[in-house]
Design a protein around this ligand. Structure first.
Ligand SMILES: N[C@@H](CCC(=O)N[C@@H](CS)C(=O)NCC(=O)O)C(=O)O
Ligand code: FES
Length: 157
């Protein structure tokens, strides 16, 4: 069920200053991405601190890549998930007005300010190199599947 999306998702960028209501703008906005599964609430709320918005984004999406459009490490990371047919959310920090505040928050949360910063199943797994290593060791897909299972169980309730 995920492959259909992956084709769409891999190429889309986070939109900034989208005009539609409920989308994020302004301070703290991680804007609506190309993905279908980001919905909620604190996104779009200018009063919410970047750390909280990041927290919410990573709990609502099994795979989140904080990226920059100009960064080829980021492109490689996106390609890795795309090639595994895994749906992911990408937040392009260089397209966000307050992207550098998000980078500061990511620094606080992960110990590094570099991109990409990649989260799977709500947990920081590393940058591009770490993620490729996990994949090579056969550990990446199980993490993603764990998240999908958790989600589908929740939806059954
Ligand atoms: N080994 C790290 C390298 C990350 C890295 O050096 N990223 C550079 C861009 S390729 C960076 O974030 N520079 C600072 C910035 O763009 O703010 C990884 O694989 O993610
Ligand atoms: S590869 Fe150069 S900015 Fe990431």
């Amino acid at each position: 069920m995920y492959w259909r999306r992956a084709a769409l998702v891999g190429t889309r960028l986070v939109r900034v200053r989208s005009s539609s209501a409920g989308r994020l703008e302004g301070p703290g906005g991680i804007s609506g991405s190309g993905m279908g599964n980001s919905t909620s609430s604190s996104l779009g709320n200018a009063a919410t601190a970047p750390v909280n918005q990041i927290q919410e984004t990573i709990s609502n999406n099994c795979v989140v890549i904080f990226s920059k459009t100009s960064c080829s490490y980021c492109t490689m990371a996106k390609k890795l998930f795309h090639d595994m047919n895994v749906n992911y959310k990408v937040v392009e920090l260089d397209m966000l007005e307050y992207g550098s505040q998000f980078q500061d928050a990511l620094h606080k949360m992960t110990g590094e300010r570099t991109v990409p910063r990649i989260f799977v199943n709500g947990t920081f797994i590393g940058g591009a190199t770490d993620t490729h290593r996990l994949h090579k060791e056969g550990k990446l897909l199980p993490l993603v599947h764990q998240c999908h299972l958790k989600k589908s169980k929740r939806e059954e309730l």
